[in-house]
Design a protein around this ligand. Structure first.
Ligand code: ZN
Ligand code: ZN
Ligand code: ZN
Length: 384
């Protein structure tokens, strides 16, 4: 999902006070202890962004955070990256910095920080390039720290939900402007370029993806954009998202029609809107992810559209666009207050058209709260 990708500002600002990161680090260490891990090595990526407010560079030079119940939190970082890292939470927290220059051995620095350990976990984004030599140096069988690291990221605190809400309002503002650009005679790419500009103008720091799937292209859930010229009567799937300055993401889909819709298509899309609503209504603490998925799926199956629904109902969202919890058949994960995820059922008719409706929803004590409120029904555009 990266039809149009751009970034206006690569400089990251620390979205939360340093105390927030200190608490996240402490919690990750105690979760590691609970699962029997002596240390966790976190490489660049969303886990590092969550724990330190800095994403880090995924390069051949190792950057890693080492934490654990008996470990002094240590950042191993190439000296050339040090200034960048210090400008984040690292500069305000009680962390050891172990910097290194080309020719020195970064794995030795990790090994020293870990100390005596029998079980060491790594974040799932740590490159194999580093995992293999690190495992050899530590002399242990490294394991995935995913179950430990996802626990913190899955349950959003009030500040994170504020950021997701900000992102939701920004992307809703873009969807409300889509009728300005989406019309017959323009290509998907032209429309996507206007949308990408608006994603930034409405308050995002980066454009993460712009999908404009018109007519038959909408029947492919993975279509991004093409040079296809949009025609009168086309159903058009517009799925867009970006990251606000704090790094939290938006992701929302609306389905549009150019001019008047075919009545049979309009009827099916009305069923899809009901299916999406049914899943949102099902959200509450205590229900499983699979049950929320089933709420949407049942509406579609009962309308004879079960075969047209080709994917899971949703995915978690936060500092990454796709993360846990996944709202999918077979996922017995019990939903808890503070989880945030998409509800995005779709229907796809190969060679003809497709439709998808997507909101981000937060689990509250009272049920599911939508963070996207732009009109969900089929929106007619392009008729003056
Ligand atoms: Zn996706
Ligand atoms: Zn989406
Ligand atoms: Zn999504």
């Amino acid at each position: 999902m990266r039809g149009v990708h751009s970034s206006v500002d690569a400089v990251s600002t620390l979205p939360f006070p340093a105390a927030v990161y200190a608490a996240r680090l402490a919690r990750a260490s105690s979760l590691a202890a609970e699962s029997g891990l002596d240390a966790i090595v976190v490489g660049p990526g969303p886990d590092l962004q969550y724990l330190l407010g800095v994403e880090g560079d995924t390069i051949e030079r190792l950057t890693a955070l080492v934490i654990g119940p008996a470990v002094t939190p240590t950042v191993v970082v190439p000296r050339m990256e040090l200034a960048k890292v210090r400008s984040t939470a690292v500069g305000e927290l009680e962390l050891e910095i172990a910097d290194w220059v080309d020719g020195e051995d970064p794995y030795g620095l990790v090994t020293a920080a870990v100390g005596h350990a029998s079980r060491v976990g790594v974040s799932d984004a740590l490159p194999a390039l580093h995992v293999i030599p690190l495992g050899e140096r530590l002399g242990v069988q490294l394991e995935l720290a995913t179950p430990v690291l996802r626990e913190g990221r899955m349950i959003k605190d009030a500040e994170e939900i504020t950021e997701l809400r900000r992102a939701g309002e920004a992307i809703d503002a873009v969807h409300r402007r889509v009728p300005q650009w989406l019309r017959a005679g323009r290509t998907e790419r032209e429309v996507a370029t206007d949308i990408a500009e608006a994603i930034v103008a409405e308050g995002h720091r980066t454009v993460e993806f712009v999908i404009v799937g018109s007519g038959p292209n909408g029947a492919d859930p993975h279509h991004e954009v093409s040079d296809r010229v949009i025609e009168q009567g086309d159903v058009v799937v517009v799925d867009i998202g970006g990251a606000v300055p704090s790094g939290y993401n938006s992701d929302s889909t609306r389905t549009y029609v150019v001019g008047a819709p075919d009545p049979a298509a309009a009827e099916r899309i009305a069923v899809l809107v009901r299916a999406q609503q049914a899943a949102v209504d099902a959200v509450r603490p205590g229900i499983t992810a699979a049950e929320v998925d089933a709420a949407a799926r049942t509406v579609l199956v009962e309308a004879g559209l079960g075969e047209a629904f080709l994917h899971r109902t949703g995915h978690g969202i936060g500092v990454s666009v796709h993360e846990e919890p996944y709202i999918a058949p077979g996922n017995d994960l019990v939903l808890r207050e503070g989880m945030a995820f998409s509800i995005e059922p779709g229907i796809y008719f190969a060679g003809e058209w497709g439709a998808r409706i997507e909101d981000i929803v937060v689990v509250t004590a009272a049920g599911g709260e939508r963070l996207n409120v732009a009109p969900h029904e089929l929106v007619s555009v392009g008729s003056d």
